[in-house]
Design a protein around this ligand. Structure first.
Ligand code: COA
Ligand code: AMP
Length: 626
């Protein structure tokens, strides 16, 4: 067996040879001869003269290779009491027909399609149908409110929006159609059609001429064939929170994405054709794109699409039931889910009811894995628990323990070591590399490996400005951390204004923009504070305009509601405090880091440049109160 060390070194010293070989795991219409294209460095492109189709690689080729009767997708929905399965043959048939629906509505290669769906198979079918046509999907997480959907529609300019009549949050029905209608009212860009999958829990009214019923359109559709695309053509845009109030559209290409994900399934996840892989996430997040839909199918595995929660649907044994019922080998989820299970069933008693004999690995990502949750899950499950670190921008893990190479001894609190292709370094603020053991900014030497973003949608300079301009030749991850003397990486958290709430990435800047738009608010700050269950939650601090004498509690409640309505309930902003002044430096910078540390009970030194120390002192008791 190849050792991790040899494989990683080869990937860095001979990236062309390494990724050229990995590309053989994918079927190409035209095999790439240019493996690494540096003509636009520092922005690099992989496999630039290759032609392929991602949907062909995820479905058609498995059917052609005799896997047609194997299960491709299992749908399990405790919230609707529904289970269904699709073989590769059946999934291909559905996808080809839905590609036919989109084609008949005028969708062609390069057109954008916004998908705003709950966790139902039709979400994956719509994504794969876009890939089949060479169209570019942009999936919007169902927990985002109308305004967020409108921002994405405005930016991506989709020809079509695909959605469903409703989502179900445990026992609450969330009607999607009013949200779509509101988003389309707000957006200046209007798609030509909305395709709606009507669910029996709530059917929506349709706008004649614009809205198309999924089932009726499928009945009339003729299946569409795969359209060859260039490896560098975009497969999807996924919006993610950055440091500004506006989400950035991360663009993923077809070729690098397929090669990297296919490679990751065997080498990182040790999961192979015919085995069952379950990413308990949501198709609206990058984990859902990569490891519910694309990677397991590219690798010929069976993927599980679960419309439920770790607890409450119906109990804290839901994950164990799923694993036992479907023979899951590998589960990938966020630590929050496990903290929720631990809170409800601290001794893990419910596990005893289930057959876990096929279960081999638990992979966790999306937020820092706290050592307590790591130990609890390891002790309970008796299988390797693998903390791995990644970002929407990279699309696959940057650091992990490699279960398909030679697994290393885990260290709690560390996602182990850089994945092949990622040359990870730690820098100080001035751009100098720091010594082992010292904390700093985590950077990645370019070129980034295949599968990582190379463009922000609609803004040619943004990728360079936001990620590559900090230190020439390096990608700025936005996370802080260090290496220990054994070469293990420790990721300690974001160094910017991004927060992770229950594994969901959000920007405090976006929340601040909403708070500031309230007529009574003069200025505000939003900070992420530690939360036992969700890792982090936001807290709002607002200063009111002079002369506003309304009840502070009423204003705070309005602000909480405003964020729910405009961004979504998933933000979990529950506490907004009205204060008399924000602590700032003399140059006007709000001291968010100091406020955050006070709230978390770990004071850091107050900078000598503080302009109003009294404001920070006045905040102490407020920040320490919950
Ligand atoms: N559509 C609409 N609303 C949604 C939603 C969706 N897709 N997802 C979440 N929400 C709402 C919830 O209903 C909730 O609303 P409420 O405030 O009215 O109760 C709010 O957003 C917060 O939801 P959630 O973060 O799910 O918190 P919770 O307290 O309901 O559940 C956990 C806590 C830990 C069970 C849940 O956060 C969880 O399952 N986390 C794992 C997340 C995960 O797997 N992430 C993967 C990323 S890799
Ligand atoms: P997202 O883009 O939603 O995948 O969120 C990416 C961010 O989540 C990273 O920049 C980290 O801050 C955080 N993150 C993801 N995985 C881990 C991990 N294993 N350990 C620590 N932080 C993580």
């Amino acid at each position: 067996m190849s050792t991790y060390k040899d494989v990683w070194e080869r990937s860095i010293n001979d990236p062309v040879g390494f990724w050229g070989e990995a590309a053989k795991g994918i079927d190409w219409y035209r095999e790439p001869t240019v493996i690494l294209d540096d003509t636009t460095a520092p922005i690099y492109h992989w496999f630039s003269d290759g032609m392929l189709n991602t949907c062909f690689n995820a479905l058609d080729r498995h059917v052609e290779n005799g896997l047609g009767d194997q299960l491709a997708l299992i749908y399990d929905s405790p919230v609707t009491d529904t289970k269904s399965t699709y073989t590769y043959h059946q999934l291909l048939d559905e996808v080809a027909h839905f590609a036919g629906v989109l084609k008949a509505l005028g969708v062609e290669k390069g057109d954008r399609v916004v998908i705003y769906m709950p966790m139902i198979p039709q979400a994956a079918i719509a994504m794969l149908a876009c890939a089949r046509l060479g169209a570019v999907h942009s999936v919007v997480f169902g927990g985002f409110a109308a305004h967020e959907l409108a921002l994405r529609i405005e930016d991506a300019q989709p020809k079509i929006v695909v959605s469903a009549s409703c989502g179900i949050e445990v026992n609450r029905i969330i009607e999607y159609k009013p949200l779509i209608d509101a988003a389309l009212d707000e957006s200046t860009h209007k798609p030509t059609h909305c395709v709606i999958f009507q669910r029996p829990q709530a059917t929506s009214s349709m706008m004649p001429g614009r809205d198309v019923d999924w089932v009726e359109a499928m009945d009339r559709s003729t299946p569409a064939e795969c359209v060859p695309v260039a490896a560098t053509d975009p497969l999807y845009i996924l919006y993610t929170s950055g440091t500004t109030g506006r989400p950035k559209g991360v663009v993923r290409d077809n070729g690098g994405h397929a090669v990297a994900l296919h490679w990751s399934m065997s080498h990182i996840y040790d999961t192979h054709p015919g085995e069952v892989f379950w990413a308990a996430s949501d198709v609206g997040w990058v984990v859902g794109h990569s490891y519910i839909v694309y990677a397991p199918l590219l690798a010929g595995c069976t993927t599980v699409l679960y419309e439920g929660k770790p607890v409450g649907t119906p109990d804290a044994g839901a994950y164990w039931r799923e694993i036992s019922e479907y023979g899951v080998k590998t589960l990938f989820t966020a630590p929050t889910g496990f903290r929720a299970i631990k809170r409800e069933d601290p001794s893990g008693a419910l596990l005893a009811q289930y057959d876990m004999s096929k279960f081999r690995y638990l992979f966790l990502a999306g937020e820092r894995l706290d050592p307590e949750t790591y130990s609890w899950a390891s002790d309970l499950l008796g299988v390797p628990v693998i903390d791995h670190w990644w970002q929407t921008e990279t699309g696959w893990p940057i650091a992990s323990n490699h279960m398909g190479l030679d697994p290393m001894e885990a260290k709690a609190g560390s996602p182990t070591v850089p994945v092949p292709g990622f040359d990870v370094r730690i820098f100080d603020e001035t751009g100098e590399e720091v010594e082992t053991g010292k904390e700093g900014l985590i950077m990645i030497r370019t070129p980034l490996p295949p599968g990582c973003m190379a463009q922000v949608w609609g803004d040619d300079d943004k990728f360079f400005d936001a990620y590559l301009s900090h230190s020439p030749g390096y990608y700025l991850t936005g996370d802080g951390g260090h290496f220990d003397e054994d070469g293990y990486l420790f990721v300690m958290g974001r160094v910017d204004d991004v927060i992770n709430v229950a594994g969901h990435r959000l920007s405090t800047g976006e929340v601040e923009e909403i708070l500031s738009s309230h007529p009574d608010v003069a200025e505000c700050a939003v900070i992420g504070v530690v939360d036992d269950l969700k890792g982090q939650v936001p807290r709002g601090l607002v200063v009111l305009k002079a002369g506003v004498d309304r009840d502070h509690e009423v204003i705070a409640a309005e602000l909480v509601q405003r964020v729910r309505d405009q961004l979504g309930a998933v933000v979990c902003l529950r506490q907004v405090d009205v204060i008399s002044a924000l602590p700032k430096t003399r140059s006007g910078k709000v001291l968010r880091k100091n406020m955050r540390s006070i709230a978390d009970g770990v004071d850091i030194p107050v900078p000598s440049t503080i302009d109003n120390p009294a404001a920070l002192e006045a905040l102490r008791p407020i920040l320490r109160s919950v």
